[in-house]
Design a protein around this ligand. Structure first.
Ligand code: LLP
Length: 387
């Protein structure tokens, strides 16, 4: 089922309304059932035996969701000492935490060394830093930019010549030499091509490219293909075909195992796929303005609480939870931040909004709350988790 289908049940709206009554708005509401569904679905389509799903904490670091994902069997992917702390607080052990970050400071790198877990060096400089200091029993990998990119916006495409991430495949020899200088080998290769990719063959192509590079190393402990699995944001948009994705992943890995003669651990780092559809930002209608040009519906939130529309032009479906059967009107839903770019939806049909109505801004569970700021000296949004 597509979580954002307009045929949402009355029960779901009433849960949102109850939560809003209890906590007030603006409020992020996360539904644990959807996270569970997505995790199980993804884990089930990949049959490769040594599979690890590292949840990308940057997508959503809500403690209850982190604990839930851990219970479901996920590990954690982190990009800062702060995210490592959050993952540990949620119960992930050092061994279950992987770290990758471009341009981290020495203080960050030292914190990562102290924290434990797997480290994927983003540059030859980082590789040397870690190779010199990281205890030998700790897995040390290297992030590679194979020149393949995907994603919903150029800001989130992380492969190719303009991307700051990873080392070039032509530098593999240098990477091996650096590791050897400190008496160790490279344990894994890592890549992440971008975010919200909806095309299974593109994943397979990127996998094959990285696995080609993997052949230049001695036996690796792991291969990590990052995250990027996309989800539908618009009603009717097709879902990522994950059974097909699973088959392609299994086939690609089987070919590698055949050729290389060993079976490395296989890791993915999905963020959005597991949590985006589980999250709704519930806001209240605070103003209604008709100009000669447009009808504006004002709400008590803004891009300080959900940045994606302003930052990437992203579509988030909006429903009127208080008046779902109201007659559709074409409106522009705008926030309370003092910038004209603070718009959640432009000229969109919405069931007759009235002052005080609760609007459900959908598919906001990934990169919503985690990207929120206190711009305009507004508080951070409130949060409720429902089951
Ligand atoms: N692994 C690495 C190394 C990453 O950089 C990312 C995301 C992920 C995994 C998880 O990617 P996902 O499965 O969620 O696509 N703020 C943007 C998305 C930025 C993604 C950054 N890296 C947005 O709201 O669309």
């Amino acid at each position: 089922m597509w979580q954002n289908e307009p045929m949402r049940t009355a029960t779901e709206f009433s849960k949102l309304k109850q939560a809003a009554k209890r906590h007030g708005t603006p409020l992020y509401v996360y539904d644990e059932r959807i996270v569970t569904e997505r995790y199980r679905e993804l884990a089930a389509v990949i049959s490769y035996p040594n599979l690890e799903i590292h949840f990308a904490v940057k997508a959503n670091s809500n403690p209850r969701l982190l604990k839930l994902l851990k219970r479901l069997g996920a590990d954690a992917e982190t990009v800062s000492p702060g995210e490592i702390r959050l993952a540990k607080r949620a119960g992930f052990t050092s061994k279950q935490i992987a770290f990758t970050c471009a341009n981290a400071s020495a203080a960050d790198l030292d914190a990562v060394i102290r924290a434990g877990g797997t480290v994927n060096a983003d540059s030859l400089y980082q590789l040397e830093y870690f190779a010199k200091r990281l205890p030998k029993r700790r897995p040390l990998g290297v992030r590679i930019n194979q020149g393949i990119a995907g994603g919903h916006h150029k800001h989130v495409m992380t492969g190719g010549p303009d991307s700051k991430f990873g080392i070039d495949p032509s530098q593999v020899r240098d990477a091996k030499r650096i590791a050897a200088k400190y008496g160790r080998k490279i344990d894994g290769v890592h890549q992440h091509i971008g975010s919200n990719v909806l095309d299974p063959p593109l994943f397979a192509k990127a996998m094959r490219a990285l696995l080609g590079t993997a052949r230049q190393f001695d036996e690796l402990d792991y291969v990590d293909f990052g995250g990027g699995f996309g989800i539908p944001y618009r009603p009717g948009e097709p879902r990522l075909d994950i059974p097909k994705l699973g088959k392609l992943i299994d086939q690609t890995m089987a070919d590698f195992v055949n050729e290389a003669g060993y079976q490395p651990r296989l890791a993915f780092e999905p963020g959005r796929y597991l949590v985006a559809e589980a999250g709704t930002l519930v806001v209240s209608v605070t103003d209604y303005k008709i100009t000669p040009h447009k009808t504006f519906v004002g709400v008590d939130s803004g891009f300080n609480q959900l940045l994606r529309p302003a930052m990437y032009g992203s579509y988030h479906h909006i429903e009127n939870a208080s008046n779902p059967r109201g007659r559709a009107q074409k409106v522009t839903v705008a926030g309370n931040v003092c910038e004209s770019g603070d718009v959640f939806a432009k000229d969109r049909p919405l069931a007759a909004p009235r002052i005080g109505d609760l609007l459900a801004i959908r598919t906001a569970g990934a990169y919503g709350e985690t990207m929120a700021s206190t711009y305009n000296a507004r508080p951070l949004p409130k949060v409720a988790v429902i089951t």
